[in-house]
Ligand binder design. Structure first.
Ligand code: CA
Length: 223
């Protein structure tokens, strides 16, 4: 899952990038409203964290512009604690959730997980595909009840496929959603990671759809 952070406070921006990176997300970052708007308008993010008070263009305008051009990714806005009116205008502009500063990073991460889940049609924090179970809260994967040890890249790939279970996901889509902007993207690496996952999981769990991409079966929690 790939996330955009738009926050002009350099320290907070850095903290967000680190926490999200540790949690297994690919993260791009912007420090003003214009750059943030451009990235959100041109790159396929799974979620955006958007500060309201930004230089060059405020967060509400950025969000309104995205929604006008049908950019529907989940957006969590960051507001100043005592500015209740920011929360109202943010939600009205199309925000999905908000966090008032200062906030606990753990709470923000829980809200991020919830939004990503909802956006992909999962109500529960555990996603199942056949014998494979993904606990999005602890980032743990089990197969028939046994823990499966994955590298962070393997985890990202599996988590994306499981969030989107039941549909074919192309290699291009995987590359766009698993790596940040600065990553040297080579879609061959996707095949390598799929190969590694197949060695750690039952081989038929990830289906190759010739010429189109990969698919994991719908789980019992599919809606
Ligand atoms: Ca700010």
């Amino acid at each position: 899952m790939r996330i955009l952070v738009v926050e002009d406070d350099k320290d907070l921006n850095r903290q967000l990038v680190r926490a999200l990176g540790d949690a297994g997300y690919a993260v791009d970052t912007a420090f003003d409203g214009e750059e943030g708007h451009f990235l959100g308008d041109t790159e396929p993010y799974d979620l955006v964290i958007l500060d309201i008070g930004l230089p060059k263009k405020d967060g509400i305008s950025v969000l309104e512009q995205w929604r006008r051009s049908n950019r529907v990714m989940p957006v969590i806005i960051l507001t100043a604690r005592d500015r209740w009116s920011d929360k109202v205008s943010g939600m009205d502009a199309g925000a999905d959730d908000y966090m008032a500063k200062p906030f606990h990073m753990e709470e923000l991460l829980a809200r991020v997980r919830a939004q990503v889940r909802r956006a992909t049609g999962h109500a529960k924090s555990e996603i199942e595909c056949g014998p494979v179970r993904l606990d999005t809260k602890s980032s743990r994967v089990t197969c028939n009840g046994q823990q499966v040890k994955l590298t962070s890249h393997e985890y990202r790939l599996l988590a994306y496929l499981m969030h989107h279970s039941g549909r074919v996901v192309s290699r291009t889509e995987l590359v766009e959603h698993l790596y940040d902007q600065d990553f040297d993207r080579d879609s061959n690496t996707i095949e390598v990671f799929v190969g590694r996952l197949r060695k750690k999981l039952p081989t038929d769990v990830i289906e190759t759809v010739r010429g189109l991409g990969y698919r994991m079966g719908p789980g019992s929690d599919a809606v």
